[in-house]
Write a protein that binds this ligand. Structure first.
Ligand SMILES: CC(C)(COP(=O)(O)OP(=O)(O)OC[C@H]1O[C@@H](n2cnc3c(N)ncnc32)[C@H](O)[C@@H]1OP(=O)(O)O)[C@@H](O)C(=O)NCCC(=O)NCCS
Length: 177
């Protein structure tokens, strides 16, 4: 069942998120399709929040009632790549299939284009097996542009990845749905 979307918010990470953060960042099922290692101790979680999440150009905690239950990362490129940014996200397993990632992605992409006026294109790479993530991107209006064969290792396995994108001109119409 969809969660009431008014309970979902995005905000920068805080050190006090550490216990909530460990619940999902420490879960192999959540991290299996991500390019990062499962967090295995509170010290590692604290260091990750402090050294990676907080200084990141645009990484937000997905919160329910201000508790961190996931993250969304949008990484803008620079120089001649400043027109584009890469998108990634994860949600705690107990909250899967309630519309949370889709809501968070819509909020995130609409905010980031205001924060980075040069952004024209948001893109995401998704392994072929990750149907839930493909569905999230499709619900947010991303277009599947193609299949990148043997594109990247994820947890030691070479994956075929789909590439998806959405343009800033296509965004305004997608946030309200
Ligand atoms: C991908 C992920 C973020 C989705 O989060 P979520 O909050 O459950 O997403 P939503 O509820 O907004 O949407 C999920 C959609 O996928 C669908 N879905 C879930 N599993 C599916 C499957 N195996 N096959 C097809 N569709 C599936 C759901 O039914 C839902 O679609 P619907 O609303 O049309 O019914 C979550 O599964 C996750 O954190 N996975 C691990 C990290 C990850 O893979 N991140 C993405 C890396 S590219």
């Amino acid at each position: 069942m969809e969660l009431n979307s008014t309970r979902i918010s995005l905000r920068p990470f805080k050190i006090k998120d550490v216990d909530d953060f460990m619940i999902w960042a420490g879960d192999d099922e959540v991290t299996k399709n991500l390019q990062w290692r499962t967090i295995s101790s509170k010290e590692e979680a604290l260091a990750y929040i402090k050294d990676v999440c907080i200084p990141h150009p645009w990484r937000r905690s997905i919160c329910i009632d201000d508790h961190s239950i996931g993250m969304i990362t949008i990484f803008p490129e620079s120089g001649d790549g400043r027109c584009r940014a890469h998108v990634g996200y994860a949600v705690s397993k107990e909250y899967w299939n309630k519309g949370i990632a889709s809501r968070a992605l819509k909020l995130g992409i609409n905010q980031v284009i205001k924060d980075y006026p040069d952004l024209v294109r948001l893109q995401a790479f998704v392994s072929v097996e990750n149907k839930a993530s493909q569905r999230v991107l499709e619900k947010c209006g991303f277009l599947q542009e193609g299949l990148l064969r043997k594109y990247s290792y994820v947890k030691g396995q070479l994956k075929d990845m789909f590439i998806y994108s959405i343009l800033s001109t296509e965004l305004l119409s997608s946030v309200h749905h």
